[in-house]
Design a protein around this ligand. Structure first.
Ligand code: ZN
Length: 201
């Protein structure tokens, strides 16, 4: 699979492969406009954690675009210096252990150190702002976000589920009273249907 990262100055080719890379890295800059991304092992890690493979590819394309701008409109191995060993859920976490990719594939951010690094170079206007906005869009599916929330915050989940069950119970009792003619529908529930009915008749 081949993708292209375009800019005014040129095009960067991104090769995506399932094959292992040298030294078991998952991404390599091959020359100033060619890079390769491997899903060998990383693909299995992502799928086991319900993370979409396309999010991983998009995140790395965003990372490459940041590197491209940082290095003066080319890809350079000097960009490896941007990476840090600490896990900060940052776009430039080293992820020396491949399993760490689960921490910065979805909703990655720029840590304060990386943010400061990018302040030292000339970037296109709003580049950082747009980069952060695009990173935030990389999320798990709603179902798996709820699944993760329940797993990490079981007590809060029980409270929310209890409140929700009570609300459904009250609502269903109220609807039953309306059906039996012992209560009226509140006007704020009726009015949207009246407007729609008037619009189509
Ligand atoms: Zn960072």
């Amino acid at each position: 699979m081949i993708g292209k990262l375009s800019s005014k100055e040129g095009v960067v080719n991104v090769l995506v492969s399932w094959l292992p890379l040298e030294d078991n890295w998952y991404a390599r800059i091959l020359d100033e406009n060619l890079t390769i991304l491997s899903l060998y092992e990383t693909g299995d890690i992502l799928l086991a954690n319900h993370i979409k493979l396309e999010n991983f590819v998009i995140k790395n394309i965003l990372k490459l675009s940041a590197i491209y701008c940082y290095c003066g409109n080319s890809l350079s191995t000097k960009a490896y210096g941007l990476a840090h060993d600490q896990i900060r859920k940052c776009l430039f976490d080293m992820n020396y252990d491949k399993s760490d990719i689960v921490f910065n594939t979805n909703s990655a951010q720029l840590c304060s150190e990386c943010d400061a690094n990018f302040d030292r170079v000339n970037l296109p206007e709003d580049f950082k702002k747009n980069l952060k906005k695009d990173l935030k869009k990389l999320k798990k599916d709603f179902f798996y976000r709820v699944y993760d929330f329940v797993q990490t915050k079981p007590k809060i989940s029980i409270v929310i589920a209890t409140i929700f069950a009570l609300f459904i119970n009250i609502l269903s009792n109220y609807l039953y009273e309306i059906i039996m003619g012992r209560a009226n529908l509140p006007i704020f529930l009726v009015s949207p249907f009246v407007v729609i009915w008037n619009y189509f008749t």
